[in-house]
Ligand binder design. Structure first.
Ligand code: SAH
Length: 252
């Protein structure tokens, strides 16, 4: 409660143009049928501005993470089973951009709702072998598949050297064993920001988390060096819920 009491809602700066852009597919033809051209499209649309984000998204082939029959380079979420989706490329890119300063080499990052493992792999390349990338996902089958996916990807060496790991757990509790984190990404929408995640954010750390049920906002949560927490809305989004395993599996 102490932590929540110190939350300051500093400002609410919504980027209207990006809100519009991100609520629709940015391209819809087969033009982006390869990973590299997908990244180039994201750069052209101004979603990717950082050369480091472009580099890691080029290095990690999204095609390894989308189940057979899907269109990995199409700018849309794709079903991955268990009532879950892999987020659209522009959302992954936008979240990496928002977290970039907190994903420097040697830093520690948590990916809650790691699903296919795609973003965890990108995060691992950002923080490097001296850093730590931790994925938490509550569906054991998705964790098993994500590890197989990562083994085929550019992030495979980091699974071996221990700087990248994926765990079966309820992400609403974070992963306290390796806290505090410089960066936390949450890939599913919480009704409210889980207090455990705020606690596990390092002073100077940043969390990006979709919040809401029917209407959701992507929130950027910054913990200042003095421990105060500042929250702003980045854009309107639509994510699957951050919920219990039972509620997710029986959603339909
Ligand atoms: N970011 C991932 C997955 C996004 S879908 C990707 O792009 O591949 C959201 C994921 O969150 C799903 O895999 C879902 O199973 C998971 N999830 C939902 N609630 C969770 C919880 N309480 N704990 C851990 N994972 C959760």
């Amino acid at each position: 409660m102490e932590v929540l009491r110190s939350i300051l809602s500093c400002f609410s700066s919504r980027s209207r143009s990006r809100t519009r852009a991100q609520s629709h597919a940015l391209w819809s033809s087969g033009a982006s049928d390869k990973n590299k051209s997908m990244v180039e499209q994201l750069q052209r649309y101004g979603i990717i501005r950082s050369s480091k984000v472009a580099e890691v998204m080029e290095a990690v082939d999204r095609g390894l993470f989308v189940p057979p029959g899907g269109s990995p380079y199409f700018d849309s979420p794709m079903l991955i089973g268990y009532n879950a989706t892999i987020s659209a490329p522009h959302m992954h890119a936008a979240c990496l951009e928002l977290l970039e300063k907190n994903l420097q080499p040697g830093m520690r990052a948590l990916d809650v709702g790691s699903g296919t493992g795609y973003l965890t792999a990108c995060i691992a390349l950002m923080v490097g072998s001296e850093g730590r990338a931790v994925g938490v996902e509550h569906i054991p089958e998705l964790v098993a598949t994500s590890i197989e996916n990562i083994k085929k990807s550019a992030a495979a060496p980091q699974l071996n050297d221990g700087s990248l790991s994926i765990h079966i757990a309820d992400g609403r509790e974070g992963w306290p064993e390796l806290a505090p984190y410089d960066a936390i990404h949450v890939g599913a929408a919480a009704p409210q920001i889980p207090e455990a995640l705020i606690e596990q954010l390092k002073p100077g750390g940043r969390m990006v988390i979709p919040v809401g049920t029917m209407f959701q906002e992507l929130k950027v949560v910054d913990k200042k060096l003095d421990g105060t927490v500042c929250i702003r809305d980045e854009t309107s989004v639509r994510y699957v819920p951050l919920t219990s395993k039972e509620a997710q599996l029986h959603a339909n």
